[in-house]
Design a protein. Structure first.
Length: 285
């Protein structure tokens, strides 16, 4: 990952800030900056370097690749917004920005107890960045985001507490796989007939080591799986309706990387009603 650092915004940044905000796309809230001149004046007046709010340029290899804004620094819950340019995404910049924001504002703003942020329900890369930086998913805000065409979407809420920061949770080394936002489909083995689980799609959400998967497919009705992921092993319990009966059970899935680069779940499951078996699920792209 290229080196990433933060610097204080100046009035000379106004033009590219306005343009970067315009390029944020449908999955991020606009800042309603009317013009370069108005924003430059606000920066000159120190409105984005105050006790209440702060603005940062995100810089990599000497060039700005985005910005970060932090509001409500005079209260216990500070709110962050981060924008990374499209050509700089996918290389860990968002995670590093979140870590540096935590280090700076928890150290300098002693009244701040939590750093919080929201992201669009379809913005999986930002959700994964929050998780990688130690932020915990705390809430789902239903129909809180309005698109340009008037349609509504949900947002996920994340937070890092001062206790998390003091424990250096945000700098924890990777200890396993991140399943958040990934989708897997259960496939039949080459030498076995298709069973009731084949074709079932599992959609994962993840908060720290805790994992939730919602699934549907074939004769298995919609269900939910919840468990703990430690390195490459997911131990879980599940519940769903099948044949007009509620079915429960549990199992263990081992994650491994296929030759084509996709993740694969090798699963052994056991139902409370006596059924059980093995199955394999492959990441969809």
């Amino acid at each position: 990952m290229p080196s990433v650092h933060l610097r204080v915004l100046t009035s000379e940044d106004a033009a590219w800030l306005v343009e970067a905000d315009r390029q944020s796309g449908e999955l991020a809230r606009g800042q309603d900056w009317d013009s370069d001149e108005k924003l430059a004046a606000e920066l000159d007046e120190g409105l984005w370097a105050s006790d209440q709010r702060w603005g940062w340029a995100v810089v990599s290899d000497g060039e700005p690749i985005g910005f970060a804004l932090v509001r409500n620094l005079d209260g216990p819950d500070a709110e962050m917004e981060i924008r990374i340019s499209p050509d700089a995404r996918g290389r860990g910049a968002g995670r590093e920005v979140l870590r540096q924001l935590a280090d700076h504002h928890f150290a300098d703003n002693l009244g701040v107890s939590r750093l919080t942020g929201r992201t669009h329900e379809q913005n999986v890369p930002m959700q994964r960045a929050f998780a990688a930086a130690g932020f915990r998913m705390e809430a789902r805000y239903r129909e809180s985001y309005q698109h340009a065409d008037g349609t509504l979407a949900s947002e996920w809420g994340y937070a890092l507490t001062r206790a998390d920061w003091e424990a250096e949770r945000h700098h924890a080394d990777d200890v396993g796989y991140d399943l958040h936002g990934l989708t897997f489909t259960i496939e039949a083995e080459d030498d076995s007939p298709e069973g009731p689980w084949v074709g079932t799609t599992l959609r994962f959400l993840q908060e720290g080591r805790r994992v939730i998967a919602r699934y549907d497919g074939d004769v298995v009705a919609d269900g939910e799986l919840a468990g703990i992921l430690i390195r490459d092993v997911l131990a879980y319990r599940y519940v769903h309706d099948q044949d007009d009966k509620q079915r429960r059970g549990g199992g263990r899935s081992r994650l491994q990387r296929r030759q084509d680069g996709r993740l694969e779940l090798v699963d052994e499951w056991q139902g409370d009603h006596g059924a059980g078996g093995e199955r394999r699920a492959v990441e969809r792209r």
